[in-house]
Design a protein around this ligand. Sequence first.
Ligand code: GLU
Length: 415
Amino acid sequence: MQGMKAFDVVRLYFDRAADQMDLTDNMRRLLLIPKREVQVQIAVEMDNGELATLLGYRVQHDNSRGPMKGGLRYHPEVDLDEVRSLAALMTWKTAVVDLPYGGAKGGIAVDPTRLSRRELERITRKFVDEIHDVIGPDRDIPAPDMGTGPEVMAWIMNQYEKYHGFAPACVTGKPVELFGVPGRDEATGRGVGIFALKLLSRLGRPPRGATVAIQGFGNVGSHAARFLHDAECKIIAIGDVSGDYFRADGLNLADMLKFAHEHRNSLAGYTGADRLGKAGSLLELDVDILIPAALGGVLTAENAARVKAPIIIEAANSPTHPAADEVFAANGIVVLPDILANAGGVTASYFEWVQNRQHYRWGLNRVRQELDRALGDAFEHVWRLSSEQKVSLRTAAYMLGIGRVGRATVLGGIS
Ligand code: GLU
């Protein structure tokens, strides 16, 4: 990220809030340095008989508020620094929504689109072989993230249970037929949509006809698009790795969802919309709401001044470089930070974990109802703090998260 490492970005945002809170240097170190970092070698035989040696990570950032929680990312750019930064974000995220969890994150440096299903399964099971003794329902609970989904979670559960016996709560985001919950899949995107409507209403704009651009059409982007489309917003641009698709009078979302479903979740070859030329231009469209829902680090010092949307919702983790964040603040652009904006996913994960432990199943309506309430409460809290303290929503969210983690740390005692 433009000369700044991923963890340095999180540290910078952390420090902004810590300055407001007058946190001592010792307390800052205590809260920021991860509790444990694990790197493992994953040696597997590929389908062609060759041996592949991959690197897998799990960073357990903080457990003062409960077992650590966070996704597992399969992506070629995964490294320890990135996983560490994402683990720290999970600590603040779970605290902002007030879930009884700490933060963790894991990943494997691999491109899952180049793997067969069997290879993906072998790699996942091997990874669990290496880390099963540091995770578990009361320790650290993985979940989906970029490049992973319900199928990978099912393999994790199955492999973990070979060592520890029946334990469906050892991982969340499982298939609904295998101890998952209805509504976990859509939860991050639904949360993004709920927040978008809340921000529009705060800024005095009706949702009907509000224009939206979404970068990313994976689990998060597609569900956010669906939710906002149902709320009568106008989705005019959607991008994925194959390009940016645009229609000024609104994209045909049902058609795009169907196309992606039939083409391995990709929009490559979709002809029902115009293609935007220059890479990055989707981010610069004159829309009411901009939703980066793909990779981190896409809003930079270079493109920030050209961003026109008055509302940015960080559906992705860490999409905004601090230099861009400053430009947005100066230009009066409201940024809903990742640790609140995409917290719907981990909140629904919490519901899944609770149900697994109680052996009691909720229906979709209850999951949605409780999700909407939890996210609504967190939003109100952050909004209030931001107005009272005259700080950005990001700094307010960090202050809320850091305050809760700090108090739990002190109450638990350090010696
Ligand atoms: N990977 C998601 C996140 O970044 C979800 C984590 C979870 O459900 O534990 O929030």
